[in-house]
Design a protein around this ligand. Structure first.
Ligand code: BDR
Ligand code: CA
Length: 323
């Protein structure tokens, strides 16, 4: 059976790669795209999502979400990684025919999971503000979602600790309070963090081949990735980019690509380690313990990277040839 997903996203270059992956793979039904600030402002991330809907004739609703974090001052768009408007060098037309579905993203999420209890997987690949707002407005949704899959966080596995600070990943760092709410709620969460996303690479050669084999969609992924690859080349020192957001989609399609570890997770919300994610994995009883009172969640600690890359490639090529 297909997995029905709502994709909460801040497009964003790798978000685009993930949205097209979700649309392309026949195991997924992309029901809606809910937008959030992060890589770009909420205006730009929503406009970029609508552009994708228009360009690739997506059936998914696009619903506008939060413009800022719950508590902390906004970090601001990640221009250095994703470009001025969020899609690197790609010029997005100012006028689009597609329109947003009215209402706030968090309310859309609540209504959707209530309408189809146990059916919908929430996949969040941006700051977690919309999901936290949904939980605050209607805590009963914890029993109504099928699963929550998150690209975010870093737990030090495979020596991956952070990407915007030495100990924080961007999506969690953008709204640590929201992340702590989402990760400690009693719904089933799987975190696909830097521990696994930084183990997979889209190399220049991989993206060149995809451009040559996957027609318009391959060309678009190639176009949008130029800016991203320049950032990686200049700032990270590799001729490839990490496979962040598409890895969360890969988990939904085939969870067996990942090895998981279980335990309650907390997020550091203030101070020098703001945005750090910490999982408690032992059963020891401590005099003070802010973890053991929270539900155990799962994190990815290993990934079959070659299989993941092959799955992405096959999905995009088959979609391109069918379109
Ligand atoms: C995450 O941050 C954003 O820049 C990417 O889109 C991804 O969701 C990686 O840390
Ligand atoms: Ca993202």
């Amino acid at each position: 059976m297909k997995s029905k997903i709502i994709l909460d996203t801040d497009p964003g270059i790798d978000d685009v790669m993930a949205i097209l992956f979700a649309e392309a793979n026949p195991e997924i039904e992309l029901k809606a795209i809910t937008t959030v600030y992060g890589n770009a402002t909420i205006e730009n991330s929503t406009h970029n999502a609508l552009y994708l809907k228009q360009k690739f004739k997506l059936h998914a609703d696009v619903v506008k979400g939060a413009s800022q974090p719950l508590v902390r001052p906004p970090v601001g768009p990640t221009v250095i990684v994703h470009g001025e408007g969020g899609l690197g060098d790609v010029n997005v037309p100012t006028e689009l025919t597609e329109q947003v579905t009215s209402g706030a993203a968090y309310q859309y999420i609540i209504d959707a999971v209530k309408a189809e209890p146990g059916e919908i997987t929430l996949v969040a690949i941006g700051p977690l503000t919309n999901l936290a707002l949904a939980l605050q407005a209607d805590p009963s949704i914890v029993d109504l979602v099928k699963e929550v899959v998150i690209m975010g966080g870093a737990f030090g596995e495979n020596k991956h600790y952070g990407n915007v600070t030495p100990f924080a990943e961007a999506n969690v760092h953008d709204d640590p309070h929201a992340a702590d709410i989402v990760l400690t709620a009693s719904w089933p969460v799987v975190v696909i963090g830097l521990d696994v996303t930084e183990q997979s690479f889209f190399t220049r050669e991989y993206l060149d081949t995809l451009r040559d084999e996957a027609r318009e969609v391959g060309q678009f992924i190639w176009d949008v990735s130029r800016f991203y690859l320049r950032f990686y080349s200049q700032r990270v020192g590799i001729e490839a980019c990490h496979v962040h957001d598409p890895s969360a989609i890969a988990y939904v399609i085939n969870p067996e690509l990942f090895t998981l570890r279980e335990g309650p997770i907390r997020v550091v919300t203030e101070g020098v380690a703001e945005g750090m994610t910490i999982q408690k994995c032992d059963q020891r009883v401590y005099p003070t313990d802010e973890w053991s009172v929270k539900p155990a969640q799962k994190i990815g600690v290993a990934v079959k990277s070659n299989e993941l890359l092959a799955l992405y490639r096959r999905s995009i090529i088959d979609y391109a040839l069918l379109s």
